[in-house]
Write a protein that binds this ligand. Structure first.
Ligand SMILES: Cc1cc2nc3c(=O)[nH]c(=O)nc-3n(C[C@H](O)[C@H](O)[C@H](O)COP(=O)(O)OP(=O)(O)OC[C@H]3O[C@@H](n4cnc5c(N)ncnc54)[C@H](O)[C@@H]3O)c2cc1C
Length: 203
């Protein structure tokens, strides 16, 4: 069974943004030896039907499907130490911080910290998280979307929620920013509570 310090669930705007920032901490002493994984399921992403004409840095007509694909390659090329797990869907999360067991339709993993970034569909059915599901607070009720109760993305000790499932409105930049915020929260935990960001500087 593979073991992770942090396992991200969901390979879209929020999940991939989180993985990129966690991956970019490579070389920092507090991140040394940390095992980072992401379950890159993308079939159910809102981006599959999206054309993004209002995102900073994206050319007019950018297709969500291209962003999903590029995101996987960017992560693999720039941060190959982040384990990508494709074609698996999470069905249950059991245990308590820091010993969670994440079960997919194919495998089981253990993780100390979990990031749930799987979007606001009301088909949500991950065993172990159902007690945190409430109607989404920032999407019109007729759309029947859901979110997980959280306090600044923290659902319960060791479990973070990111993206639209955290209760944010559905815009790419907001979901990506939410994933980025959660990643820096985790880096801050690893760095003994010292607020942490990863910035590269032009040499
Ligand atoms: C038609 C359409 C057009 C849009 N146009 C725009 C636009 O022009 N501008 C803009 O800013 N935003 C736009 N959006 C919104 C944008 O796509 C979303 O805000 C963004 O994709 C949310 O990202 P997320 O990571 O929170 O969730 P999602 O993108 O929904 O990703 C959730 C991920 O979790 C995975 N997943 C689900 N269940 C499981 C499971 N059990 N186990 C593992 N993985 C799982 C999914 O496959 C998916 O990859 C549009 C959305 C739609 C639907």
């Amino acid at each position: 069974m593979k073991t992770f310090d942090v396992l991200i669930i969901g390979g879209s705007a929020a999940g991939l943004s989180s993985a990129l920032i966690l991956g970019s901490a490579i070389g920092k002493p507090f991140a040394e030896g940390k095992k980072i994984g992401i379950i890159t399921h993308q079939k159910a992403s809102a981006l599959n039907n999206a054309e993004l004409n209002n995102v900073l840095g994206f050319k007019k007509g950018t297709k969500g499907t291209d962003v999903l694909n590029i995101g996987l390659h960017q992560l693999a090329e720039d941060f190959p130490h982040v384990t990508q797990i494709a074609k698996e869907k999470v069905v249950s999360i059991k245990g308590e911080s820091p010993n969670f067991t994440v079960k997919t339709n194919k495998n089981e993993y253990t993780a100390s910290i979990i990031v749930v970034a799987i979007g606001p569909s009301n088909m949500f059915n991950i065993e172990g998280l159902m007690q945190y599901v409430i109607p989404h607070k920032s999407i019109p009720p007729q759309k029947e979307k859901i979110m997980l109760i959280n306090n600044n993305h923290l659902v319960t000790e060791g479990i973070f929620v990111a993206g639209v499932l955290a209760g944010w409105r559905s815009q790419y930049a907001i979901a990506a920013g939410s994933g980025a915020q959660v990643a820096t929260d985790i880096l801050t935990i690893w760095n003994n509570g010292n607020h942490t960001m990863i910035h590269d500087v032009i040499e």
